[in-house]
Design a binder for this molecule. Structure first.
Ligand SMILES: [Zn+2]
Ligand SMILES: [Zn+2]
Length: 366
C-alpha cells in the first residue's frame, strides 16, 4: 500500500507542510453539538424516512404502498442519518469548528458501517452516508480555505470501531463466541472507506479503537480500497484506553497498540475518547517515544460525570493540552466527547506558536 501514489498529491503536500510548521488542531465532538438541537424523531426521519424506513429504497420487485409491510424503525439517536435529513445542522457544526480554529474536521460517520447501521435497519445506506458526509465536510473546508488560503483545512474521513469486538466474546459464559469476524468487519469497512474517498476526504482515520483486531480489519479494508484505485490517502489511527490500568479493551498498552498497527505506516498514531487529557498524559508520552509517526490526541472533556455529561471547561482542557505541547508530545490535538467549538477555540489558542513534536528517526522494522 505504501508504494501506491497519492490520490490527491497536492492536498498531501499541504498537509505535510502544515504538520512541519505547527501543531494542527482537530475539531471537537459532533454528538455534543447535535444534542444542543434537542432533535425529535421527526427531525431524524425527515421526509425520506418519514415512515421509519427509506422511501427511496426497496428490495428488488417491491413497491412501497399502503400496508406494504416494511418494518419502520425509530431513528432518534441515529446521528449519522442527519447528514441526509438535516444537512444544514451538520454543515453548521463543521463551520463552527472551522471558525473556532480547527485545521481538520471529522466526517459525521462514526456509525456509518453496515454493522452499526443494522441497529436502525439502514445498512444499505453505508456508501451514501459516507460519501455525502465527506462531501459536506469538504464543502465546509473548501469554503474556509477559500476565505483564508494561507490556512488549508482538511477533511478526516472517520471510520468508527462498530459496537462489535472481533477478538473478545460479549458473553462471559461463552468465551469462544464472537459477535463478528475479521471478514465481516473487513467488508463493512471497505464499503465505508470507498464512500469516504469518493466524497473527497483528505485523510482516513480509524478511531476510538478498543479492539485492535477491528482496527486491523479496517486497515486491511482501507488497503484494499486503495489498491482498487491504484492510489492512496494518508491514514491516521487513534486508539482508546478504557480503564485505569492503561489498556485498550482488547488488553493492549498504548505501546503494544502502536506495534500492532505500525506495519500500516500510518501518518499519525494517537489516543482519543474515554479519558480526559490528564488521564491520557502518560499514555501519549509512551506513544510519543515509541512511534516514528505523527502523534494525535483528542481526549474527552474529562471523565463522564454521574449524569453522563462532561465537566471540563475549555480553560481546563486547554491548560492540560498546552502542557502536552510544551513537553513536545503533540502534532495534532483536538477534542472528543463533551467538547465544543469553545473548547477547540481555547485549545487552538493554547498551542498557537508552540513547536510541533519532532518525529524521531527509528530503525526500520525488519
Ligand atoms: Zn415497503
Ligand atoms: Zn469520545
Amino acid at each position: 500500500m505504501n508504494e501506491l501514489p497519492w490520490l490527491r498529491a497536492d492536498r498531501v503536500a499541504k498537509l505535510h507542510a502544515a504538520l512541519a510548521a505547527r501543531i494542527l488542531v482537530i475539531d471537537g465532538a459532533m454528538g455534543t453539538m447535535i444534542q444542543r438541537h434537542e432533535l425529535q424523531e421527526a427531525d431524524y426521519r425527515g421526509e425520506r424516512f418519514a415512515e421509519g424506513y427509506d422511501a427511496l429504497f426497496a428490495e428488488e420487485g417491491h413497491a412501497h404502498g399502503a400496508g406494504c409491510g416494511c418494518q419502520g424503525h425509530d431513528q432518534r439517536g441515529n446521528n449519522d442519518l442527519l447528514t441526509l435529513t438535516r444537512p444544514d445542522i451538520i454543515r453548521q457544526i463543521h463551520a463552527d469548528y472551522l471558525a473556532a480554529g480547527a485545521d481538520l474536521v471529522e466526517t459525521n460517520t462514526f456509525n456509518s458501517t453496515s454493522v452499526s447501521l443494522a441497529d436502525y435497519h439502514l445498512q444499505h445506506l453505508v456508501g451514501e452516508l459516507n460519501r455525502e458526509s465527506a462531501r459536506l465536510a469538504r464543502e465546509a473546508c473548501d469554503a474556509a480555505e477559500a476565505a483564508d488560503p494561507s490556512k488549508p483545512r482538511f477533511v478526516i474521513g472517520v471510520i468508527g470501531p462498530t459496537s462489535r469486538t472481533a477478538s473478545l466474546s460479549p458473553d462471559v459464559n461463552r468465551p469462544g463466541f464472537r459477535a463478528t469476524s475479521f471478514d465481516q468487519l473487513r467488508e463493512a469497512y471497505r464499503e465505508a472507506a470507498d464512500g469516504l474517498v469518493d466524497g473527497g476526504a483528505d485523510v482516513l482515520m480509524v478511531e476510538t479503537v478498543f479492539d485492535t483486531l477491528n482496527a486491523k480489519a479496517a486497515l486491511f479494508a482501507i488497503d484494499e480500497a486503495f489498491e482498487a484505485r491504484g492510489a492512496r490517502l494518508p491514514v491516521m489511527v487513534s486508539g482508546t484506553i478504557t480503564d485505569a490500568s492503561g489498556r485498550t479493551l482488547s488488553g493492549q498498552t498504548a505501546e503494544a497498540f502502536w506495534y500492532s498497527v505500525r506495519h500500516a505506516r500510518p501518518l499519525a498514531i494517537g489516543l482519543n475518547c474515554a479519558l480526559g487529557a490528564k488521564e491520557l498524559r502518560a499514555h501519549v508520552d509512551v506513544l510519543s517515544r515509541a512511534a516514528d509517526a505523527f502523534i494525535s490526541t483528542h481526549p474527552n472533556a474529562g471523565l463522564p460525570n454521574a449524569f453522563g455529561g462532561y465537566d471540563e471547561t475549555p480553560e481546563d482542557m486547554a491548560g492540560d493540552l498546552r502542557e502536552f505541547a510544551e513537553a513536545g508530545l503533540l502534532n495534532l490535538v483536538g477534542g472528543c466527547c463533551g467538547t465544543t467549538p469553545e473548547h477547540i477555540a481555547a485549545i487552538a489558542e493554547a498551542v498557537r506558536g508552540l513547536a510541533p513534536r519532532q518525529v524521531p528517526q527509528l530503525e526500520e522494522a525488519a
